[in-house]
Design a protein. Structure first.
Length: 186
């Protein structure tokens, strides 16, 4: 690994927040083998407590956790350390949540499975990548629908009932659509 991460607080300390304990163990081992100190939390409350006690310089946060969204944790972590470099990881990539994560203060948004080298490279690189590929084909209709549902849900602060009313659909129908894996980009 040739990437070096800038000093942003507790040197080389990364807070990993994910409700998937196995994923946390694997990522923690990989980060520790790269001489990085790792703190692990499995919910947002535990993550906030660890951040207050240790003031890490970096955080890797899962977007979807049972009790709350990882997006809600971003501003709280930045209150603890305004220079903290935060990455949001998700298996449910969405343009809306990516934009929201960046607006809230995350520096990158990566889709799972992301390995330790990708995470470290993202933490080390705060500027954008002008060489990123631009898609030739538009999004599929199914993907556009999923993106729209995510945007309306975000506009309703995660309230599924309010989003369903706004979309003119039954709440259970919206929940079912949101629980499906998003359609892959083609």
């Amino acid at each position: 690994m040739t990437e070096t991460m800038p000093d942003t607080g507790s040197e080389n300390t990364i807070l990993v927040v994910d409700d998937d304990e196995i994923f946390c163990q694997v990522l923690t081992r990989a980060l520790n083998s790269r001489q990085l100190q790792t703190l692990t939390a499995h919910n947002t409350e535990q993550a906030f407590q660890l951040a207050q006690q240790n003031k890490p310089g970096y955080a890797v946060i899962d977007l979807r956790m049972p009790e709350s969204s990882g997006l809600q944790l971003i501003p709280e972590l930045l209150k603890v350390n305004q220079d903290m470099r935060i990455i949001v990881l998700t298996g449910y990539a969405s343009i809306t949540t990516a934009v929201e994560a960046i607006k809230l203060g995350a520096i990158h948004y990566l889709t799972k499975p992301a390995d330790a080298d990708e995470i470290i490279a993202a933490l080390a690189n705060a500027s954008g990548d002008s060489s990123a590929q631009v898609r030739d084909k538009p999004l599929s209709l199914e993907r556009l629908e999923w993106e729209h549902l995510q945007k309306v849900l975000a506009d309703c602060d995660g309230n599924i009932s309010a989003a369903a009313r706004q979309l003119g659909m039954h709440r259970r129908t919206l929940q079912r659509k949101l629980n499906k894996r998003p359609v892959k980009f083609h």
